[in-house]
Ligand binder design. Sequence first.
Ligand code: DGL
Length: 374
Amino acid sequence: MSLGGKSRAFALAMLVGASLAVPHVSFAQDSSAPATAAATAPNPNLPHVVILCTGGTIAGTGATSTTTVGYTAAKVGCDTLVDSVPELKKVANVTGEQVYQIASESITNDNWLKLSKRINELLKQDNVDGVVVTHGTDTIEETAYFLDLTVKSKKPVVIVGSMRPSTAISADGPINLYNAVIIAGSKEAVGKGVLVCLDDQINAGREVTKSNTSTTDTFRTPDLGFLGYMQDNKPHFYRTSTRLNTADTEFDVSNLTSLPQVDIVYAYGNYNSLALDAFVKAGAKGIVHAGPGDGSVGAQMVGPLQEARKAGVVVVRSARVGSGIIARNGEQPDDKYDWVASDNLNPQKARILLMLALTKTNDTKAIQDMFWKY
Ligand code: DGL
């Protein structure tokens, strides 16, 4: 089956890159090193966008051009990724760094700390106008919110991935990367918080979630909708997030080498406290309870959660349903149990905010206020 011209060129670049087995990077090999200058002299009329590569399907390869699932993520290095979309050079002066090379379901707190610190270093530089992060789509929503809460700059940070591997017919990586670079270099995206753009839709990092296992339009913002579109090489915004983010955040990870352990207890019919008890025993400082409905808590779990609270563990009620506000003192007497309601954050995002909140306080009233503000 023959590939269209662009896809063939992109796939060829990827196969060449991937065939080198170890991803080679012609840009700064170690993310601690400064981004190297672009190979050609920078165009003074274009913004300087740094692409930080972390792996995922956008850097993935499949056995054939029709392999769209069951491929290998995180194979192709940053330089091959950047070089395979020559149109990038028409819209920005681009430099790239391989921060790490992972399938994003394996991401760790250490990965998040490293990425946030590197972005903050880069955005302090006057000659850097914006940053793009290429990332696996499985945990983009968590990374996006972590960066939304820890990047100390109003300059654009845009996270991008793809749902098809680079070697597939109609791979979505090239256009997603091209759009992300345009947004990251645009004035319109300044001060909008961390953004996620795939499939021409621009979502807020705080609100976006992956809603489908495999389709290219998987990134959605339930109920509230995305912020705008990418169309005809330009971002078009129609709204912005109302919550504190980036330059207005109180969280500072610059001196942190680890984050407090926060785990998620998933609720379901006939569940029990085995997982909760194990998390607390293992030293969890916070627990997010992913309840059905409006963050409901099974009667059999109220006691164990109160025990955890008595042991100093902060308990946050979220919901497994995917959208809507967790009403404080709605399904549960949060005041009485001293629990925190997660507002409209899903469990995996509530965990991100609770981890960062616990780097500053374990006072539940202060933490509840953070869930209302961020
Ligand atoms: N392993 C998944 C990840 O790295 C692939 C999904 C993707 O990147 O689209 O998140």
